[in-house]
Write a protein of this length. Sequence first.
Length: 211
Amino acid sequence: MTRRDDALRKIGQEKVIAIIRGIDTDHAGKTIEALQEGGISCLEITMNTAGAIDVIEQACMREGLLVGAGTVLDLDMARASIDAGARFVLSPILDEKVIEYCLSRDVLPVPGVLTPTELYRAHEAGAPLIKVFPAGPVGPRYIKDLLGPFDAMKLMPVGGVSLENVAQFMEAGAFAVGIGSYLANPSLANEGRWKEIARRAKAFRGQVDAR
């Protein structure tokens, strides 16, 4: 099994990726600990977070975590994040060059798409997992509709996934989901409310595991 296949297997097993964006570097470690306590073991560190490379490197040293980079917009970002240890690379856009580079490094590429045409282009470029973004405005039914003609593809809705609708996204056929500020919430981190972050993680874990 390749490293990227292993990353895909882990994401498919865990179903939930916590997106860490805008968390102060000093609070990143405690935030990650709280997410782990709540049962979340797949993390995306966005590249527009201050100190993202340092956070990726530190997270990769923790036992039991699968760590990826997010908001990767070009080859330079992809290269830097992979060099720091990222096992998967997510983007809000579709860039075939980034997909090709990730595959060459045995790292899982997760490009961002919205339309059926973009989805097919991402698939043809070799992306095993495809991010549907923003998923909130189109809702769970859109995932189900995409999987009609594209039933062999693995889709991950991101943006607008909440505790209230995550079950519907999973029932619609989502392979996994990405959750942002509800889980790794900058305000909660600044206030040191680690138990609340862990509680929210457990709540998402419970909703997904119940499906």
